[in-house]
Each structure stands twice: as structure tokens, then as C-alpha cells.
Design a protein around this ligand. Structure first.
Ligand code: CA
Length: 218
């Protein structure tokens, strides 16, 4: 997830809240950096402040949509005038929040955006008897609760969010780590190994030379 916010204190709080919800968060502090990052990386969603140095949020938003980038974008606006909201939504934003806002509401709105982006409006993700509820971070297998670490959870969330796709190691690493966090070279393999022990050996398939994919449903 990319967070774009120039206010240090607010950005720090939002990033912490998003990381608690198990998202890997990159944080850009101006519009130009944000646009470059959005064009260079494959983010699942973006939380975008409107009032930014270098390039304002509305320009970032419009440029992304002009380039046909489809990721969900939620705008944050300090100005609660209707014009700002209308401008943002007409500029291609999927949702907005007016500052000050509740972190729990931001998390819930992002969950809803990610569900819709995944083509599924159901609040839980499930596959082959494994069910994950992003609101409670509860994971069950055949209705029995499974305890996962934060990284195991993040990896499973990524795989369940892309059930029909092979996920490359680089894509999975992006879901596990934010900018500046050093990933060990075999880190994805380690967490896949842990998940297989907890969810069953066949649940995650290795696609040789490509990456990993969930067992195809029978
Ligand atoms: Ca700002």
C-alpha cells in the first residue's frame, strides 16, 4: 500500500495503523515522489492526501487515471467543502475521508475498496477450506482457528487476494516488506514453509521458476 501524506505526525499515525492491519506500507511525503512510486510499483491501493508539496494530490490522481492505472485510491482531505470531494471523486478517486478521521474507519474503507477491486464483495476470503476475515484477522481451516504470525498472515492475505494468479517471489516480498526493510533472500520460502505446516502441505503450490499459487479448487 502507498501512503501519501506530508504531515509527519499524521503520516506516522496512519502508517502505524495500516501496519497493524497487516499491510506493508510505503510512505511518500510529496506528490512527485508519490506519482513516481505509483508508476514504478504495483500497489494494491493508495491513501492520498490532497494538499501536498511538489505536486498536489488531485494532479497525482488525475495523472494515474490518465495513464489508465486502476488501483483503488482513497483521498484524504482536510478541507470539508463539497467541491474538494466532488473534484476528487470526479478525478477518479474511489472513496474519501475528511480529516480528522478515525483510523478504524480508514481501515474498514480500505478493506471494502480491496474487496471490490478483487471482484468479490464478500467480507471474508476463503479457499479450499481456509477462511480469512480481514476485519478481525482471524484465520480458520475447516472452521478451526489457526494462529499465524504477522508475516504469515500477510503472505496468506496476498495469496487469497489473488486466487487465480501465480504470485512471484518479488510480488510476495512487496506484500511482506515496506521500503527500507531488508528481506532475506529466502524469506518467502520460509513463510510458505510455515504456512504449509499450518494449513496443509498442498494448500500452496510451487510453480517452478515462477512463484506460488493456491491449490486450484476442485
Ligand atoms: Ca497535506
Amino acid at each position: 500500500m502507498l501512503l501519501v501524506e506530508d504531515d509527519a505526525l499524521l503520516g506516522d499515525g496512519i502508517r502505524a495503523g495500516l501496519m497493524l492491519a497487516a499491510y506493508a506500507v510505503d510512505w511518500a511525503r510529496d506528490g512527485a515522489t508519490a506519482l513516481r512510486s505509483l508508476l514504478d510499483h504495483d500497489y494494491d491501493a493508495c491513501v492520498l492526501d490532497l494538499g501536498l508539496p511538489a505536486l498536489d494530490g488531485l494532479s497525482v490522481l488525475r495523472e494515474m487515471r490518465r495513464q489508465k492505472r486502476q488501483l483503488p485510491i482513497l483521498i484524504l482531505t482536510a478541507r470539508d467543502t463539497a467541491d474538494d470531494k466532488i473534484g476528487g471523486l470526479d478525478g477518479g478517486a474511489d472513496d474519501y475521508l475528511t480529516k480528522p478521521f478515525d483510523l478504524g474507519e480508514l481501515q474498514a474503507r480500505l478493506r471494502a475498496l480491496l474487496r471490490r477491486a478483487g471482484g468479490d464483495a464478500r467480507p471474508t476470503l476463503s479457499h479450499g477450506g481456509v477462511e480469512l476475515d480481514p476485519a478481525t484477522k482471524r484465520v480458520t481451516r475447516d472452521r478451526e482457528e489457526i494462529a499465524l504470525t504477522a508475516r504469515e498472515y500477510a503472505l496468506l492475505l496476498d495469496l487469497l487476494s489473488h486466487p487465480r494468479h501465480v504470485r512471484t517471489r518479488a510480488q510476495l516480498e512487496e506484500s511482506l516488506y515496506a521500503w527500507g526493510e531488508e528481506a532475506d533472500s529466502n524469506t518467502v520460502e520460509v513463510y510458505v514453509h510455515h504456512l504449509r505446516k499450518k494449513l496443509g502441505a498442498g494448500f500452496i503450490q510451487t510453480v517452478r521458476g515462477l512463484g506460488y499459487q493456491l491449490l486450484s479448487p476442485d
